[in-house]
Structure formats: structure tokens, C-alpha cells
Design a protein around this ligand. Structure first.
Ligand code: HPA
Ligand code: ZN
Length: 319
């Protein structure tokens, strides 16, 4: 039997495959700087988070109409079903679109519409987490959250992403307070490229319920004790870590060490169109590399379910 998978760290914009980039460019009359798919694919070599983000934001230029955002989301859900995903909590970066002149209603509305039928169309329940770009002003994030709360977007949570170093969580305390006051779930990328101090801040100042990546927590024993004791989940993304050179090779990935240390770690794909594969590809590669076997694969899947924002009945239905 296929283990039901839960995906908790997935940027929907990071599922924009090269083929879809060319299709949408043609549909919307956008001129791309690349003449062919191989020429575009040749750009997918990254030195660090920023070099990836440059391409990720550049490629968004082809997303123009509400239907484009719907098509992007549906393409992910279809691929996720093949992977065995039964529940997905999806990140969306509204500022990456409004900053280039796309109305919030077009962008967020298109994603929302596709998620509304995910259960009926693909057998995948979904939650929507709006992520704010930490390398833009906190005041902009605050205004955007206010606009989203005033609309009918039905989001489930907020997060923090984009370039991490130099943009500590403490800058966003007010944004997270507003989200908490409105009953939203709270997550943040922390400890991907940034130091363990950013994970502490995300926990203590933002009150996050999960840490996205969090891999550099391994450098701080006191932090590890806290994460284990409080069962704070880390959404780990192995292919992302390798492609963004957070670690050298998959063989160096600390996932086994993390599980042995008692961390509530689960496996996710982050930006699968950019990093070489989807959640099933990540799990299969880890299994090959470390000989995880059925027990540890099942543990990773159970961790994902426990770390999700499903209610007890929803978790029980998967577990
Ligand atoms: N890290 C930070 N920001 C991001 C990422 C990531 O892996 N993907 C998309 N935005
Ligand atoms: Zn991410």
C-alpha cells in the first residue's frame, strides 16, 4: 500500500515547470530571454539561495491572468496525486506578483479557485499559506495582510520566505501578531542559510508553530533540545538543500541524524520544478542514499501528518 503523503513546504510558484513557462509565454505574448527549453534549463545551476531566487522571480513574468495561476496550481495537484500526496499546505508569495503589477485578486484568486476543488478533482485536501518576502519592508507585508484579511481569500496561515541572511524574523513581529489575532497558523523559513539565532527568533518573537528548513538548528544543541522537547516540526527539503548548496551532496544530508536525534522532521520538495524533483523523488533518493527502509519512510510520512494543520479527525483519516 502506498503511504499517504503530506506536503507542508511547497511554493506553488516553485512548481512552474520550464514547459509551462514556454506555454504561458506564448499564450500571454511574453518575450522570454531564452530561445529554447534547453537554453532555459541551462540556467538551473545555483550557487546559493539568492541565485535561485533571481531566476524564480524572473520566471514569474509569464503569470499574467487569473487562469494562469489556476493552471499552475492544477498542474502541481495533478503531479502531487501521482506522488501519493493526500494533503498539501501550499505557500504563495502575493508580493512577487503585486510588485510587478498583477492585482491581488488575479493572483491569489486564481490559486484559491484551484484549491477549492482540489479534494474533488485530485483527492488532495489543501491549505493555503501566504508567505511574505522578508527582503521587502515589513510595512508592505503588514499592508498586504490587511488587504488579504479584508477580502474573501480564506487563507489558513502566513509564513516568511525569500532571502534570509540580513532579514531576521524580529523585523516581522507586528505582521505575525496581526495574523495570530486573526486565528491564522504561523510558520517561517528559518535556519536555511541564516543562523540558529533566526530559528530562536521565529519561535520566541513570531510564535511559529513549524520551522521551514531549520537545518542549521543542528549547530545549536540548546535549540535542538527545545525543538525535540516541544515537538516543533521542521519541514526539511533535501533536494533544495543540495541545489542551493546548503549541503554539499545528498550523502551529506543530516536527515538520518535529525530523526535519530528525535526531531519531528518531514520531507518536502520546496520548489520541485527547480531542484530536480517532487516529494516522491526526494523520498526515493533518500531511500537509495541511506537505505531508509519502510520503517523510516513511514516515520517521515507520519511526521508530516503530525506536523500538518489538519484537525485530529483529518490526521486520523490519513494516519
Ligand atoms: N527559501 C526561501 N525563499 C524561497 C524559497 C526557499 O527555498 N523558495 C521560494 N522562496
Ligand atoms: Zn521554501
Amino acid at each position: 500500500m502506498k503511504i499517504p503523503l503530506v506536503e507542508l513546504h511547497l511554493h506553488i510558484e516553485g512548481t512552474l515547470e520550464p514547459e509551462l513557462i514556454f506555454d504561458l509565454a506564448a499564450r500571454n505574448g511574453v518575450t522570454l530571454p531564452w530561445a529554447s527549453l534547453p537554453e532555459l534549463r541551462a540556467q538551473y545551476e545555483f550557487d546559493d539561495l539568492q541565485s535561485f531566487l533571481n531566476l524564480y522571480y524572473r520566471n514569474l513574468d509569464v503569470l499574467r491572468e487569473r487562469v494562469d495561476f489556476g493552471d499552475l496550481t492544477r498542474a502541481y495537484l495533478e503531479r502531487a496525486r501521482t506522488a501519493g500526496v493526500r494533503h498539501a499546505e501550499i505557500f504563495f508569495d502575493p508580493q512577487a506578483h503585486t510588485s510587478r503589477g498583477i492585482p491581488l485578486l488575479t493572483a491569489l484568486g486564481g490559486v484559491r479557485e484551484a484549491l477549492d476543488t482540489s479534494e474533488a478533482d485530485w483527492g488532495i485536501s489543501t491549505k493555503l499559506i501566504v508567505t511574505f518576502l522578508r527582503d521587502r519592508p515589513a510595512a508592505e507585508a503588514l499592508a498586504m495582510l490587511g488587504e488579504i484579511l479584508a477580502g474573501d481569500f480564506r487563507i489558513d496561515g502566513i509564513g516568511l520566505d525569500s532571502a534570509e541572511v540580513g532579514y531576521p524574523p524580529e523585523l516581522f513581529t507586528e505582521v505575525f501578531e496581526l495574523a495570530r489575532a486573526n486565528g491564522l497558523h504561523l510558520v517561517a523559513h528559518a535556519g536555511e542559510e541564516g543562523p540558529p539565532a533566526y530559528v530562536w527568533q521565529a519561535l520566541d518573537l513570531l510564535g511559529v508553530e513549524r520551522v521551514d528548513h531549520g537545518i542549521r538548528s543542528l549547530e545549536d544543541e540548546t535549540l535542538l533540545e527545545r525543538l525535540v522537547r516541544e515537538r516543533i516540526p521542521l519541514t526539511v527539503c533535501p533536494f533544495s538543500n543540495v541545489r542551493l548548496r546548503v549541503i554539499d551532496t545528498l550523502a551529506d544530508h543530516p536527515i538520518v541524524r535529525m530523526l535519530d536525534r528525535g526531531l519531528l522532521a518531514c520531507i518536502n520538495s520546496d520548489d520541485p520544478a527547480y531542484f530536480g524533483g517532487y516529494i516522491d523523488d526526494n523520498l526515493a533518493a533518500l531511500d537509495r542514499e541511506f537505505g531508509l527502509g519502510p520503517d523510516r519512510l513511514a516515520l517521515l510520512a507520519r511526521n508530516g501528518i503530525e506536523a500538518s494543520f489538519l484537525d485530529a479527525a483529518g490526521k486520523a483519516a490519513l494516519g
